[in-house]
Design a protein around this ligand. Structure first.
Ligand SMILES: Nc1ncnc2c1ncn2[C@@H]1O[C@H](COP(=O)(O)OS(=O)(=O)O)[C@@H](OP(=O)(O)O)[C@H]1O
Ligand SMILES: [Mg+2]
Ligand SMILES: [Mg+2]
Ligand SMILES: [Mg+2]
Length: 322
């Protein structure tokens, strides 16, 4: 099958990173939140997960750039040596060759640029959820000529379809598969059908500043979804739509940050996993999300993720909403 090597390497790396995250959550009483320049949090688990995945990608596909969320500039500072030692210790438990020097170099392998073929990585999507003890995801995708070809979404804290921890894998044209946290295939997954009224619920962010919750609930009502939203951190929301547990995920521009542009690593893996499960993803104007340009989706506004059948109705309701 095409992209089989990429798929296998991506699954193995994402699962290793997800295990590291679980170990940090078990062993640290409260994982320390380090503040980034934009005042958002990052933890030793984000750094460790990015190190492991970048190391695996660099070994298997040395000429592929990786566009990752994190970089090691802060960790390289002398006053961060305790944190770097901790990151190294967690990485070593999975990759015994790790040293503080290789760990920062592996993390910075994720400083690549968007080009004709690249990987994009969110080592922990939903860091706030991770810190709160809620949902988070490890998200990895391969993009060629702007088209997502492989996507892996590991959600260690998600309980769905009888699974404790959900790993979804999609290859363009080959469907979406559910795996256990040990990497064992369980079944292929599909979005909810329009008759399945009970599952046509909608999901949105926990953080109110990441969307427009009043417009989101108005649009959901306008398309006949009467139940309250399910609020969930991270791309676990894409997993809920792909597995048919929700019919709609709305992420409309927040009035608090109207100039915010969505980042490619917050969406790439989730988009393919939903599309290959039969769903649809676009921005709020119906435009496809642009993964060909840069790490920010400059020309897209908002994100609409659905089971497909309700997509046009949602876009119409959005166009009509003030
Ligand atoms: N203003 C604004 N608007 C939209 N999105 C933003 C904004 N600020 C941050 N972010 C990104 O949100 C990512 C977290 O995703 P979610 O919103 O789905 O989860 S959460 O409920 O807020 O935790 C989060 O990803 P991580 O940093 O990987 O956690 C950010 O990239
Ligand atoms: Mg993210
Ligand atoms: Mg992140
Ligand atoms: Mg972040």
């Amino acid at each position: 099958m095409v992209y089989d090597t990429e798929k296998q390497v991506a699954i193995k790396a994402a699962i290793a990173a997800a295990k590291l995250c679980q170990q940090v959550r078990q062993q640290e009483i409260t994982p320390e939140a380090i503040q980034k320049k934009d005042r958002s949090p990052v933890t030793i688990a984000d750094f460790g997960a990015q190190a492991l995945i970048c190391q695996a990608l660099a070994a298997a596909f040395p000429s592929d750039p990786v566009v990752g969320e994190e970089d090691a500039a802060t960790l390289r500072q002398a006053e961060m040596s305790d944190q770097l030692a901790k990151v190294t210790q967690y990485v070593q438990a999975i990759e015994p060759t790790a040293t503080p020097e290789t760990v920062v170099d592996w993390i910075d392998h994720g400083n690549g640029q968007v080009t004709s073929r690249y990987w994009t990585l969110d080592p922990i999507d939903g860091t706030k959820g991770f810190l709160r003890g809620d949902q988070y995801a490890v998200a990895l995708a391969l993009i060629e000529a702007g088209d997502i070809k492989v996507g892996v979404l590991a959600c260690p804290a998600l309980e769905m379809s009888g699974q404790q921890g959900v790993v979804l894998v999609a290859v363009r044209g080959q469907g979406t598969e559910l795996l256990t946290m040990a990497g064992q295939p369980v079944k292929s997954v599909q979005v909810a059908s329009p008759e399945d009224k009970e599952r046509l619920r909608f999901v949105e962010s926990v953080e109110s500043g990441h969307g427009d919750q009043s417009q989101q609930s108005a649009v959901a009502k306008a398309v006949g979804i009467t139940a309250d939203s399910i609020r969930m951190d991270s791309q676990a929301k894409y997993a809920a739509v792909a597995m048919g547990e929700a019919g709609l995920y709305l992420r409309l521009p927040s009035p608090k940050s109207p100039d915010y542009r969505e980042k490619i690593w917050d969406h790439a893996a989730g988009v393919l996993v939903v599309e290959e499960a039969g769903g649809r993803v676009s921005d709020m104007n119906g435009k496809p999300l642009n993964f060909a340009q840069s790490d920010r989706m400059q020309d897209n506004r908002g994100v609409v993720v659905s089971n497909g059948t309700i997509h046009d109705t949602v876009l119409k309701a959005l166009a009509a909403s003030p």
